[in-house]
Unconditional design. Structure first.
Length: 216
């Protein structure tokens, strides 16, 4: 009896692991398609075909496109946090400018190898703003967290280390910086045949950091 129960529990665990892997595979394919085509132009039927899955099986994992989008946003958020965990833990040992440059630099590095992640956020943010309140709110919540990190760094440089100008609003500046980098990513992707990724994003980083730094 106990052996049968253990075998049944093991089978359930294997099924759960397979289901979890399948969900991740679905989200990976969805992120790529949404980044390339946007929300409206991407259908669940096309997604099912792209991952060689029946529409019924896809709907079993994600009943609606909205459910899939929300899950993908959460998944990417967790990956982004994991990438920055070590940096955020040690950043207080750095000057404000070094914190600023480290955060932007790590973002640039992360998106260099996962460009579709940033484009996904940009595309979904643009489309959801007027068509899906739940998705728009989820995007605002996640992006708002990243903006808050930049805002805190800027305030630290203004109030503590005196490295940054005080004639700029920290919150507005953080939004402008993050929005600028998201826009730069989309722009560079459009001109990718003639504009290289690293020089383009590095130039924006330098201009931004110089622009908020106190002149001595």
């Amino acid at each position: 009896m106990r052996d049968a129960m253990r075998k049944e529990a093991a089978k359930r665990e294997i099924k759960q692991e397979r289901a979890a892997r399948t969900r991740v595979e679905i989200m990976e394919a969805a992120i790529t398609l949404f980044a390339r085509r946007g929300i409206l132009a991407t259908t669940m039927a096309e997604l099912a075909k792209a991952i060689r899955m029946t529409p019924g099986a896809l709907y079993w994992h994600f009943p609606t496109k909205e459910d899939l989008l929300l899950a993908a946003i959460e998944e990417l958020h967790e990956r982004f946090l994991h990438e920055f965990k070590e940096l955020l833990e040690q950043q207080r040992r750095l000057t404000a400018r070094h914190q600023f440059e480290a955060f932007i630099g790590r973002t640039q590095q992360f998106l260099r190898y996962h460009r579709e992640y940033g484009i996904f956020f940009g595309m979904v943010a643009a489309e959801s703003a007027y068509m899906n309140d739940r998705v728009a709110e989820a995007i605002r919540e996640k992006l708002g967290m990243y903006v808050a990190v930049l805002e805190n760094i800027i305030r630290y440089g203004q109030n503590k280390t005196k490295e940054f100008r005080t004639d700029v609003d920290a919150n507005v500046t953080a939004h402008a910086v993050f929005g600028g980098f998201m826009g730069a990513l989309l722009h560079q992707n459009l001109f990718r045949e003639s504009v290289a990724y690293d020089p383009s994003l590095s130039t924006l980083q330098q201009l931004t950091a110089d622009g908020i730094t106190t002149r001595r």
